[in-house]
Design a protein around this ligand. Structure first.
Ligand code: URA
Length: 207
């Protein structure tokens, strides 16, 4: 792995799925249909992190397979990114919060070790944070998504150190703001993803 850290054991995704699937670290475990772990490629160099599974994800067991996932897939394709090959998708919380409420601080904290393990094993040089909850949950930045959106931030600490993170609008916000006119949120997000795609092309092959 490119980043030295305590979590740098050899990936064992099957064991990870089994352990995650049995998780009862927080109350969200009582109402879930299933734990929603990831979608995409385990060796992708761009990881995208959202908030939490919705009803469709809870039923199907994969992140971003509902309506907001369709928006995301469309923008990824328009940015020249293959959703199966170029990205690894996850969420800051792996179980659906009741009525799609925002995950609570204790739930984010309970789920964080799973996410850290995913980041360590996928080892992405680039991470996109989809929405304010992901920005707060991953970087501890509790406000300013609109100002920070589109800026590459240097990660710190054993898991994020050496990586670049970019806050992005959440796809569900783009569902409510569907205009692709220049300067609008959806247009900006497509530009952000195009920028990420350009960075991926510039990375040395070893990263
Ligand atoms: N919204 C998210 O943040 N994550 C999903 O997986 C689906 C919708």
């Amino acid at each position: 792995m490119a980043h030295p850290q305590a979590l740098a054991s050899a990936p064992d995704w099957a064991a990870f799925a089994t352990a995650c699937g049995a998780c009862t670290r927080c109350g969200l475990s009582t109402a879930r249909q299933q734990v929603v772990i990831s979608r995409g490629h385990h060796q992708a160099r761009l990881m995208l992190i959202g908030e939490a599974p919705g009803a469709t994800e809870d039923a199907m067991g994969e992140p971003f397979v509902g309506r907001s996932g369709q928006v995301l897939d469309q923008l990824l394709a328009e940015a020249g990114l293959d959703r199966s090959r170029d990205v690894y998708l996850g969420n800051v919380v792996k179980c659906r919060p009741p009525d799609n409420r925002k995950p609570r601080a204790a739930e984010l904290a309970a789920c964080r070790p799973w996410l850290d393990q995913q980041i360590a094993w996928v080892d992405p040089p680039l991470i996109g944070l989809l929405g304010a909850t992901a920005l707060a949950g991953v970087m501890g930045v509790k406000s300013g998504l609109t100002q920070l959106r589109g800026q590459w931030l240097a990660g710190e600490g054993p898991v994020l150190g050496g990586r670049l993170l970019i806050p992005l609008f959440h796809p569900s916000y783009l569902l409510r703001n569907p205009s692709l006119a220049e300067g609008k949120p959806k247009w900006l997000t497509r530009e952000d993803l195009r920028g990420a795609a350009a960075r991926l092309r510039q990375l040395p092959a070893s990263l």
